[in-house]
Design a protein around this ligand. Structure first.
Ligand SMILES: Nc1ncnc2c1ncn2[C@@H]1O[C@H](COP(=O)(O)OP(=O)(O)OP(=O)(O)O)[C@@H](O)[C@H]1O
Ligand SMILES: [Mg+2]
Length: 391
């Protein structure tokens, strides 16, 4: 059993652990500045120590690259906990060219000096479903543009199959569509050309996405370099990645069961600001895939950690699948109510009565369905440097 050490019970003073040996779905929540990102980093450190899973942090704020540095600021607290400051191997995945994305070669060089290694991430256009293209282009599969796009990708799949195809090939197929109106073709080609400019797609070589993840490092997908609003590009990246990894793990699992291959690593995805990807009450690129992760991820060994300021802004299906809750302080009643709904029979009191007891940053209500325990804990100090301090 790989135990993830989270902190210590305030009352019991007993160590608090999560069993990380099985597939888990974890919610980390709390108001602004209450310590969610810090706690997400604690979980990543523990997963790295356990060394039996590949770790991916989805980082919309661009704050986790600091995990390559040691947390000297809290050296004495770490000593008190029997630990010491320590940086971890960090791979930062950025779509496209890092220098271009960060806006300067000196920035990239400085991050590398701090121990960060960059890997360029390029989505394979052949991994993007017709529905996802439509979502990115703000159209639907039932509208003329969507119909033409679906036909084009279908023909590309027939023609290029496992070799994969690229935006150029999709455009060629669109141009050949005998039934589409000129205006539809123009509009669609325009959008595909634009997507080509986003700098997130492979142009001529199919590469397995899973291959760029390093099983021995903390992989950080830096989405802060992609603007969040338009075309749902962040969601598109998360959606393609999660579908790909789900497929990979399912195949690996089948092999394991048939005795064809040794046990492969499990997979943990940790998403900060998760309401961007699994929002409640509206659709979003990536949402469907992530819901599938939490609902069907047990078999293929997939775990998900979602962190958000507002549990009420997270999709209800995802919330109800979470078997661990780590809640820092909450103040708004909507959020307390959303969390309180997750109160279970084994708890002596409703979750909100414990939330109201939280006194300082780093304290959290820790609920684990697996052990049927609920307690208020002090999260342990980070060995690696937490990012995202105020400017
Ligand atoms: N367990 C802890 N021990 C010591 N310091 C902590 C702890 N948790 C958080 N902090 C500090 O508190 C500050 C806020 O933490 P953090 O950025 O993790 O909050 P957050 O909930 O993610 O905030 P936001 O909603 O703005 O993303 C940071 O400076 C962090 O280093
Ligand atoms: Mg945060």
């Amino acid at each position: 059993m790989s135990r993830l050490f989270l902190g210590r019970g305030l009352e019991t003073e007993a160590d608090a652990y999560i069993d990380g040996g099985k597939s888990r779905a974890i919610l980390v929540c709390g108001k602004r500045g209450s310590g969610k990102s810090y706690t997400l980093g604690v979980i990543a450190e523990e997963l790295h120590r356990a060394a039996d899973a590949t770790i991916l942090i989805v980082d919309p704020m661009g704050i986790y690259h600091t995990m390559s540095l040691s947390n000297h600021e809290q050296e004495s607290v770490l000593w008190d906990w029997g630990d010491s400051p320590r940086g971890l191997p960090v791979k930062v995945l950025v779509p496209g060219d890092p220098v271009e994305r960060y806006g300067g070669a000196d920035i990239v060089a400085e991050m590398e000096r701090r121990g960060v290694e960059f890997r360029s991430l390029a989505l394979n256009p052949s991994d993007v479903s017709a529905e996802s293209w439509c979502d990115s282009f703000g159209t639907s599969i039932n509208e003329p543009m969507g119909i033409s796009l679906a036909k084009a990708t279908r023909r590309c799949r027939q023609e290029y199959g496992a070799r994969g195809y690229f935006i150029r090939e999709i455009i060629d197929e669109v141009l050949k569509d005998p039934r589409a109106h000129d205006r539809t073709i123009d509009a669609l080609v325009n959008r595909l050309e634009m997507a080509n400019q986003w700098g997130i797609f492979a142009a001529d070589r199919y590469r397995e996405l899973a291959e760029i993840l390093d099983p021995d490092s903390v992989n950080v997908l830096d989405l802060s370099v992609i603007d969040s609003g338009r075309y749902g590009r962040r969601g598109l990246i998360v959606s393609v990645l999660s579908r790909d990894l789900f497929r990979k793990r399912s195949i690996a699992r089948r092999r394991e069961e048939l005795g064809l291959a040794p046990e492969r690593r499990k997979f943990w995805m940790l998403i900060d600001e998760a309401h961007q990807f699994v929002p409640s009450g509206r659709s979003a690129l990536g949402k469907e895939e992530l819901i599938r992760w939490v609902k069907e991820g047990r078999q293929p060994g997939l775990s998900l950690v979602v962190a958000s300021q507002q549990p009420s802004a997270i999709d209800g299906e995802v919330l109800s699948q979470c078997d661990v809750i780590i809640s820092h302080a909450l103040t708004t009643s909507d959020d307390k109510t959303a969390l309180n709904r997750l109160t279970k029979d084994y708890m002596r009191n409703e979750i909100k009565t414990y939330i109201d007891q939280l006194a300082r940053t780093g304290q959290a209500v820790f609920v684990d369905d697996d052990t049927e325990r609920l307690e208020v804990v002090q999260i342990r100090p980070r060995a690696s440097r937490p990012g995202g301090g105020e400017a």
